[in-house]
Design a protein around this ligand. Structure first.
Ligand SMILES: Cc1ncc(COP(=O)(O)O)c(C=O)c1O
Length: 405
């Protein structure tokens, strides 16, 4: 915390320059802009979104007296579930709410093991002998908490590699071939974390949902709202058509509300009821509920956010390219995935930045894969992104990129 940021010094110097300019020449808007302070530690490693919709903040501001927080919500948050259902093209009984989508992931995997493996003697035997009774099938770059949890519960994990030289495209034919050998739980983060690209389209998914009714397809749409629905049709509304499909969502990223902890799963009503029975009522309080409804009803937020993120991705990628020895990849999300091309490691960079209280994500080895050259950066606010670039350049001994000045 105590480390003096180079930025503070820059701002101080900029103040003197501005004073001199004010006395000698008319001040332009650009001259008068002083970048905001950086607040350390700066965490650009967890993907939390930056801006909440104004609609959520307006809702928050209605809780403005000592009695405004006194009431529970309705036990099943009917109002919020109705709004979600309307937007996602399902009915409210398909919507299960929880405190983030992370806790939903944790609930789902044991459930799938219980129901899918134990539903057939053949699967139980296969599971006991080779753990392959009902494997989890996923990409080789993925949100690793899910395969790790599945492995911890004794499931075999089958990974389909995503090739950086093919833009991390997902091999849908290979998934098809894997399922032909036997059913399993398919987990796809779409768009993908950490690669930032869309892995599967609605049109590619539908034939698989039809062909493999005994498999479960779990599409994690945690980052989907960053993708323009005009370019990528969301999967969510298919849930009412296909009982083997589950879709999870969260308010932590595109709605910038990680602090509020709300996520939801779209699935079959029986499963919604079963999960509900396992947990207590009133998990999502009135405050969270009204903020979430305010967020969803704010129609200006997502189009604006997509433009903002596109500009910040461009800034970061241009800066990384100028620093050199780094390749970054196309992303439709609020993070940029990159790798060193000259033998340096993502961990080396993450460690050096951490000494300066800046956190980014270096990938940990998983299964047979080592992801040593790779790192992932969450988009911050513009001045944070410039600050990050300046610090990356400094710790790597490279010139400060022009876009970071
Ligand atoms: C793909 C993906 N799904 C789910 C989550 C969990 O997010 P939350 O619990 O905040 O909803 C994360 C968090 O990083 C994620 O990257």
């Amino acid at each position: 915390m105590g480390r003096e940021s180079p930025f503070t010094l820059r701002a101080g110097a900029a103040g003197l320059v501005l004073l001199a300019l004010a006395m000698s020449a008319p001040v332009t808007l650009r001259d008068s802009q002083v970048e905001p302070q950086i607040s350390l530690p700066l965490n650009l490693g967890l993907n939390d979104g930056t801006y909440a919709p104004q609609g959520a903040i307006d809702a928050l501001q209605t809780f403005d007296s000592r009695t405004s927080l006194r009431n529970y919500s309705l036990p099943e948050n009917d109002q919020l579930r109705e709004v979600i259902a309307e937007l996602d093209g399902v009915s409210a009984d398909h919507v299960f709410l929880h405190n983030g989508s992370g806790p939903i992931l944790k609930l789902c995997i044991p459930h799938i093991i219980r129901t899918q493996i134990k539903s057939s003697v053949g699967r139980v035997l296969k599971h006991l002998t080779s753990k392959s009774g009902y494997p989890i099938i996923t990409g080789s770059f993925t949100y690793s908490k899910v395969p790790k949890k599945a492995m911890g519960l004794g499931l075999k994990v089958e990974m389909i590699p995503l090739d950086p030289d093919k833009g991390f495209a997902f091999d849908v034919d290979r998934l098809d071939a894997t399922l032909r050998k036997g059913d399993g739980l398919v987990y796809i983060t779409n768009p993908n974390n950490p690669t930032g690209n869309v892995l599967i389209t609605r049109d590619q998914l539908i034939p698989l949902l039809e062909r493999y009714p005994g498999s479960r397809f779990w599409i994690d749409e945690a980052y989907v709202q960053y993708a323009d629905p005009a370019e990528h049709a969301y999967i969510s509304s298919l849930v009412s058509r296909f009982p083997n499909l589950l879709v999870s969502r969260t308010f932590s990223f595109a709605y910038g509300m990680a602090a509020v902890r709300i996520g939801y799963l779209l699935t079959q009503p029986e499963l919604v009821r079963e999960f509900w029975r396992q947990l207590t009522d009133y998990r999502i309080g009135t405050l969270q509920e009204r903020m979430a409804i305010g967020a969803l009803r704010d129609e200006q937020h997502l189009p604006w956010l997509r433009e903002t993120c596109a500009a910040q991705r461009k800034l970061l990628r241009e800066g990384l390219a100028e620093i050199g020895g780094i390749e970054s990849f196309d992303s439709v999300t609020n993070f940029v995935f990159a790798r060193f091309t000259d033998g340096r490691t993502g961990k080396m960079l993450a460690d050096k930045l951490e000494e300066r209280q800046i956190l980014i994500k270096a990938l940990e080895p998983f299964g047979p894969y080592s992801y040593e050259p790779y790192f992932r950066i969450t988009l911050g606010l513009e001045h944070e992104n410039r600050y990050l670039l300046r610090n990356i350049a400094e710790v790597l001994g490279a010139p400060i990129p022009s876009v970071a000045g």
